[in-house]
Ligand binder design. Structure first.
Ligand code: GLN
Length: 542
């Protein structure tokens, strides 16, 4: 029997609903249940693919090629369950579905309305694309209770509670209990008001998860319980923690997953949480520290690189070192001599990115890493910049560039339509991944024998997630290889370079895909594990 758990947020945004959902998913999974996590976002964009990273942080990509909210990354990292397109929906997509149906005449002359047509489409989505054997589907509702956009979602989940009954549905409300310094007290009133707002929409929360920066005393807990009509044991304090991987452990100690099981009448024992406590131990007591420069464009908003930051932390867990990240805006390298910012770092990572601004700075960072023998990891755009750098300075092609920035003399990076001809182009067109549209989702790559990547992965065929429009131009392969940049990973048809590496360098890799999307704390991605290992070796040299 599949049960539905709905997670709403109140008082303010940014309380960490996504992490709370992910942590509960992990706890239920540790208790032996099969879980799936979903996110319902109230904005009108059909998906976050078109949103600026400044607006919405990272765009998380699933194996099946959906561009989704970054919370899906938390879900996947915490539960290991690969997210799917059907796990993310927005108001934009719901309305698009409803309007298409209306245009096709599927509503048979009815007046199409928010209730029931939009709410029906939301309910369909919540229950669609499941395997059927899930014990729990956790649905996070984006935004904050009280937002106009969120109303159809709240109405839909209210209806589901009625239709499926309380034995199959549970409402969790995440609120803030702020500490007011002048009163010297935690204040419960915002929580009371937020719950009133929910009650006004017909939803009585079953569990309150209360974010606070200090412990609640028993009187305040009683007060919340009384005014919000929730049992005291179901008022769960959620205190700030030093690492996000402590969240499942802390929630468990506060009785969160027990309260969920009690609601459903599930009489189960204690979940084994050793894998979480082990990770936290390693993070708290590292044996050393490495300093990694992340040279990007959106560096002042680290949510834009959420999965990347986590994957680097995972690499640190695997090597027992703390990973100290130095976020550097690549534009600083466009002034003469500024590459000295990189002296003393143990590794340089250039992440994914779009557009010309800051590109020359990234090329300079790649050059510094190559010439100074500092471990370099180029991801997507960071690989493309490393290829341009090698073309210009190793292969004697000073006019090398990417056509993403306009026409150039040697388009070492470009759209595949610019060079694929005849059969190869037709094959790719049939596969619907023509240049000019994004290559999104999982694609396989074949790894060359005797290459560094082959040794790192320990296998010859891999699958990784992509999100890019431009490709390394296969026509420059021979020239770049002769100059020392090997094409060590290729698409199975041999047309698209997936991985490049520089020989005779401690660690210099560029990958066209986003390995950070698949890294997990208890299963660090091999490329991040090995990059941090190389950085650790470097830290012993400098
Ligand atoms: N802008 C580049 C492209 O579209 C790289 C994209 C990325 O780094 N995700 O190919």
């Amino acid at each position: 029997m599949t049960r539905f758990i709905f997670i709403t947020g109140g008082v303010v945004s940014s309380l960490g609903k996504g992490l709370s959902a992910a942590a509960l998913g992990a706890l239920l999974q540790a208790r032996g249940f099969k879980v799936r996590l979903r996110k319902l976002d109230p904005y009108l964009n059909v998906d976050p693919g078109t949103m600026s990273p400044y607006q919405h942080g990272e765009v998380y990509v699933t194996d099946d090629g959906a561009e989704t909210d970054l919370d899906l990354g938390h879900y996947e990292r915490f539960t290991g369950v690969p997210a799917r397109r059907s796990d993310s929906v927005t108001t934009g997509r719901i309305y698009q579905t409803v309007i298409h149906r209306e245009r096709r005449g599927e509503y048979l002359g009815a007046t199409v309305q928010v209730i029931p047509h939009v709410t029906d489409a939301i309910k369909e989505f919540i229950a669609a694309g499941l395997d059927g054997d899930e014990d729990f589907v956790l649905c996070e509702i984006g935004g904050t209770v009280g937002d106009i956009e969120g109303l159809p979602f709240l109405e839909a989940i209210r209806q589901m509670g009625n239709e499926l009954g309380r034995a199959r549905t549970l409402y969790i409300h995440l609120t803030l209990v702020p500490y007011i310094a002048s009163a010297g007290e935690l204040k419960t009133k915002p929580t009371q008001h937020s719950v009133k707002e929910l009650l006004g929409l017909g939803i009585q929360p079953d569990i309150l998860l209360c974010r606070m920066d200090r412990a609640l005393d028993s009187n305040q807990r009683k007060k919340i319980a009384l005014f919000c009509n929730v049992h005291e044991r179901r008022v769960i304090p959620a205190l700030d923690v030093d690492t996000i991987y402590q969240v499942p452990v802390s929630y468990h100690l506060e009785g969160f997953d027990r309260a969920v099981c009690d609601h459903f009448g599930l009489d189960v024992g204690e979940p084994p949480l050793k894998r979480w406590t082990d990770i936290v131990q390693r993070l708290r007591r590292p044996e050393g520290e490495v300093k990694i420069a992340v040279v990007g464009k959106y560096t002042h908003l680290q949510d834009s690189y959420k999965s990347l930051g986590e994957a680097l932390t995972h690499g640190g867990i695997a090597n027992n070192v703390r990973v100290d990240l130095d976020w550097i805006d690549s534009e600083v390298f466009e002034k003469p001599g500024a590459v000295q910012h990189l002296e003393g770092v143990h590794g340089i990572l250039v992440p994914g990115g779009f557009g010309e601004r800051g590109a020359e700075g990234k090329i300079e960072a790649a050059r510094f890493a190559r010439e100074h023998r500092v471990p370099y990891f180029g991801i997507c755009f960071g690989m493309q910049m490393a290829v341009i750098e090698a073309a210009r300075h190793l292969a004697d092609l000073p006019g090398a560039n990417s056509t993403e920035f306009g026409p150039c003399q040697d388009p070492v990076i470009g759209l595949m339509t610019e060079w694929l001809r005849g059969n190869a182009l037709e094959r790719r067109a049939a596969g619907d991944d023509l240049g000019g549209t994004m290559r999104l989702g999982a694609y396989d790559a074949m790894l060359a024998e005797h290459s560094k990547v082959r040794a790192i992965y320990g296998k010859s065929r891999i699958s990784e997630r992509h999100r890019h429009r431009y490709e390394v131009n296969i026509n420059y392969k021979d020239r770049l290889e002769a100059a020392g940049m090997k094409f060590s990973g290729m698409s199975p048809d041999g047309e698209l370079p997936e991985i490049v590496e520089i020989e005779n360098h401690p660690w210099f890799l560029g990958v066209q895909f986003h390995p950070e999307l698949k890294s997990k704390p208890f299963e660090p991605h091999p490329l991040f594990t090995d990059f941090i290992r190389a950085a650790r070796d470097q830290s012993r040299l400098v």
